[in-house]
Structure formats: C-alpha cells, structure tokens
Design a protein around this ligand. Structure first.
Ligand SMILES: NC(=O)c1ccc[n+]([C@@H]2O[C@H](COP(=O)([O-])OP(=O)(O)OC[C@H]3O[C@@H](n4cnc5c(N)ncnc54)[C@H](OP(=O)(O)O)[C@@H]3O)[C@@H](O)[C@H]2O)c1
Length: 329
C-alpha cells in the first residue's frame, strides 16, 4: 500500500516567513546528515521521514556528502521520495549543499564554480529531482573569490536547478559580503545555516543582527548539540548513541564531566517547565523571531515525536532565562 500523508498534517506546525522572501518554512526542519546513509536502516529512515511530513515538517535538509558513504543520504532520500512522496513534491522544500570534500582532485571541494555546478548535477541525479528548492554553499572558501562562488549560485538558479540559494557557516562579515553580491546579481540570499544551540552561541555576536537587517532567514543546525542537549547522556553513553558510533561526528570526549553537569541542571529547569530537555533546547532557540526554523536530527521516530512537542511552549520567564544563563556561563 502506498503512503498516504496524514490529512491533519498542517494543523499543529508553525510556519515562519524566511527573511523577506515569499517562502515560509516549518518551525522545525529535518536534517539527513546522520541516520540516512547506507550504514543505516532504510526502513527506519523512511519511518522518520513519514512521521516528519505527517507532523507538518515541510523542509528536508541534505548535502552532497551526507551518509556515510558520502552521497548515500541523497540516494536513500531519492528512493523514499520516489516510493512514497512522489505525489507530495510540491509540498516539500528540499535543500542540498556543496562545500566540503566530495571527490578526488582539485574540483571536488570548496567553492569554485566548477565544483558547485558539477556537485549539484550529481545531487539531482542521486535524488532523482529536476531541481532543489534551496542550494547552499556549505562553508566559506578562503581561496576562491567570493564573487565566483556567488556567481555560481546565481547561475544555478538561472539554470533552473535551484529555486533559492543560501550560505552556511559564513561568519558575519563574509555573510554580509555574500548577501550583498547576491543581491546585486538579482538572486537574493534566502537563508543562512549556522551552528547554534545553548552550547554554541557565536551567532549572537553579530550574525543574527546582520541577517535581520538584510532580510535573510536563519536556520540553526545541531540545535540539540548533536544530542548533548537531551536526556540521553545523563547516565553515561548509550551504545546506540551518536557518541558511541564509529562514524558519528560527536566524540566520546565531547561528553565531558563539565557538560554532563550543565545538562543535569538544564534538565531540572526543563522538568519544571514540563518539557523534555530536547524540547526546552529547541524552544529556547525558537523564542527569538529571527530564527526561521530549527534544523534537527533524529535517529528514531520517537525522538522526533518528542522534539516536535517543543512548539507547545516557546515562552520563557526572565527568571528561567537568567537561570539558564547562569548554567551556561
Ligand atoms: N551546514 C552544516 O555545516 C551542517 C553541519 C551539521 C549539521 N547540519 C544539518 O543539521 C541537521 C541536524 O544536525 P544534528 O543531527 O547534529 O542535530 P541535533 O538535533 O543537534 O542532533 C540530533 C541527534 O540528537 C539526538 N536526539 C534528537 N532528538 C532527540 C530527543 N528528542 N531525545 C533524545 N535524543 C535526541 C539523536 O542522537 P542519537 O543519534 O545519539 O540518537 C539525533 O541524531 C543535519 O542533519 C544537517 O541537515 C548542517
């Protein structure tokens, strides 16, 4: 039996306008960095995607190198799209990126026009798509002129291979330059994707203000600090966790005593708010209306179900915010 999406899928999600654009994104977006590669179980990936869409998530975030092996998350996503979501393409915002090492030689990495155009062609083939909704430059390239990288994004939109473009991991000054170049070319920057969570706060210095002034959306990645900002590491490192997996980007040493102490105290505040720690960590980002959407990961449908409930309370009292700051100091 083919998949029929829930009829009530748009009832409990919030949608936020992405900067000054015409596009609204679900306040929660799902990323396929981990848990969707050939090393993972396809049926579990499929169940997570169905739950996401049934819950009103419209935005799915990929990149050329997601797996492992690199490319396999796009392949699996393409397979599930064909088998289950073909009827829903126009209800989906699908993004991909290029910027990290993808293939051997001088044209498979960083930010040249050669790399970006070829990489997106490969991504489209892997996913079986005619276009992506958003194409990002994944990280700044210190050697390629920014003009060339932004001209590549503009070209890709003019070729019809992406509808919108974004940048990721760009510090505030480089982001402002990229946004300005794109504006002059007539292909406005839709969105910036930085790492941002209670544990990683560099964006608060200048980037968030820059994006607001320029009318560019902001979608924080790893808002749960790869799982640290949940209750999963309270009593050690579970065998099925990202920190325990050989291919995970969270290392055992990241689960330090200092972190665990902070996590315990944050968990106490979350409990007082009748939230799980994951829900509170996401709500804490979404309280700021400069945040378009939080880009979460999940290794099981149950985790996604838990995280989705964050939307039930995204307000914080001054006392709660102060207590959180004390813990994070
Ligand atoms: N632009 C970039 O450079 C960049 C870099 C990194 C990520 N991203 C994007 O951001 C997305 C999200 O990154 P992320 O996966 O690091 O996000 P995250 O939401 O911070 O971490 C997700 C992990 O946290 C755990 N988790 C999630 N919900 C939970 C819950 N309710 N209770 C307990 N544990 C829970 C799971 O870990 P376990 O696996 O241990 O169960 C899950 O795999 C990626 O998929 C990708 O699309 C972009």
């Amino acid at each position: 039996m083919s998949y029929l999406a829930s009829k009530t899928r748009y009832q409990n999600m919030q949608y936020r306008r992405c900067g000054n654009s015409g596009i609204k994104l679900s306040a929660i977006s799902l990323g396929l960095w981990h848990n969707f590669g050939h090393v993972d179980t396809l049926e579990n990936s499929r169940a997570i995607l169905k739950l996401a869409f049934d819950s009103g998530i419209t935005h799915f975030d990929l990149a050329n190198n997601y797996g492992p092996p690199p490319g396999s998350a796009e392949e699996n996503f393409g397979k599930i799209l064909r088998e289950d979501f073909a009827a829903y393409r126009d209800e989906l915002i699908i993004s991909s990126k290029a910027g990290y090492t993808m293939w051997d030689g001088p044209y498979g990495d960083w930010g040249s026009k050669k790399y970006l155009v070829a990489s997106l062609d490969q991504s489209l083939k892997r996913m079986g798509l005619e276009y992506v909704d958003i194409f990002y430059h994944h990280r700044p390239d210190p050697d390629t002129p920014l003009e060339e990288t932004m001209a590549a994004l503009d070209l890709i939109v003019r070729q019809g291979k992406a509808l919108y473009v974004g940048i990721s991991n760009y510090p505030a000054v480089e982001a402002a330059k990229a946004i300005d170049l794109l504006k002059k070319m007539g292909t406005p920057c839709l969105i910036h994707q930085p790492k941002y969570s209670m544990f990683v706060r560099w964006v608060e210095e200048a980037l968030l203000d820059t994006l607001e002034q320029e009318g560019v959306g902001c979608i924080p990645f790893s808002p749960l600090a790869q799982g640290l900002l949940t209750n999963k590491y309270l009593h050690g490192i579970p065998a099925d966790s990202r920190a325990a997996k050989p291919h995970g980007f969270l290392k055992e040493e990241d689960v330090s005593e200092t972190r665990i102490n902070q996590i315990r105290q944050l968990n106490d505040i979350a409990q007082q708010r009748n939230q799980s720690l994951a829900q509170m960590a996401l709500a804490w980002l979404l309280k700021d209306n400069r945040i378009t959407s939080v880009l979460i990961g999940a290794s099981k449908p149950e985790q996604l179900a838990d995280s989705l409930h964050c939307l039930e309370n995204i307000n914080f009292s001054e006392a709660e915010l102060n207590s959180i700051e004390q813990i994070l100091k």
